[in-house]
Write a protein that binds this ligand. Structure first.
Ligand SMILES: Nc1ncnc2c1ncn2[C@@H]1O[C@H](COP(=O)(O)OP(=O)(O)O)[C@@H](O)[C@H]1O
Ligand SMILES: [Mg+2]
Length: 218
């Protein structure tokens, strides 16, 4: 991304630049953290990287192609094929089994029922939840729920995983397990981008991008 600016209009005349002039380059297969205090612009940046939001100014090149001027629908296609999201709050559906949570993103694809199930079972096995397929979220620990959300990201076979404070709601031992899982996925070739304000999480990354008040400072 070059010269990315994100401005929010607060009133008729007042606005704030939440991202001020962001230049970053992330290469395939990297494990990068984006580190900064609360309110520094991390989630705003993640939403732009993940094509969930557009910058006010600047250019974003994905896989070499300028995607800045694509329509939301075209961006959504690129997003679905390439990026898996993990959030602090897991974002699971309350009355849905682990297996059905993971099947969900495949329903929008042209994939038969049997293959949907096979791929979802494989993804849940991958994150160590072979014995929790039929559990509802409230029948699982926080760490297990986060693993379901990781399986849901993996089932689409993304090349990139974007994780926004993935251990923020977990105790430190469970947080370590989640970060080790992300490390393993990185070793298998996935690009991992983790947003955090915790040093323990930051330490897993091979490269650290420091953001302060909407500027990359290191
Ligand atoms: N929709 C919005 N309108 C106005 N200000 C916003 C909006 N979203 C975020 N902000 C502001 O942008 C700044 C950065 O927010 P955010 O990216 O969520 O930070 P972080 O994830 O680092 O805590 C904060 O000051 C926040 O209040
Ligand atoms: Mg945030």
């Amino acid at each position: 991304m070059t010269q990315i600016v994100k401005t929010y209009q607060l009133g008729k005349e007042e606005s704030i630049d939440v991202l001020k002039w962001v230049d970053i380059e992330i290469n395939k297969g990297e494990f990068v953290s984006i580190m900064g205090q609360s309110g520094s612009g991390k989630s705003t940046l993640m939403n732009i990287i993940g094509m969930l939001d557009n910058p006010s100014k600047g250019k974003y090149f994905f896989d070499g192609a300028d995607i800045s001027d694509l329509t939301d629908d075209d961006q959504a296609l690129i997003r679905r094929e390439n990026i898996g999201f993990i959030f602090q709050s897991y974002n699971l559906l309350p009355r849905t089994s682990a297996l059905n949570q993971v099947i969900m993103p495949l329903l929008y694809q042209n994939i038969g029922k049997k293959e949907r199930e096979e791929r979802s079972i494989k993804a849940l096995e991958k994150v160590g939840l072979a014995d929790k397929m039929n559990n509802l979220p409230n029948e699982m620990s926080g760490g297990q729920q986060q693993r379901v959300s990781i399986a849901r990201a993996l089932v689409m076979n993304p090349s990139i995983i974007l994780a926004d404070e993935p251990t923020g709601a977990l105790d430190s031992k469970t947080g370590v397990e989640i970060m080790e899982l992300l490390t393993e996925l990185n070793k298998e070739g996935k690009t991992i981008i983790v947003i955090t304000h915790e040093h323990e999480v930051d330490a897993y990354a091979a490269r650290h991008i420091l953001i302060k008040d909407g500027n990359i400072v290191n």
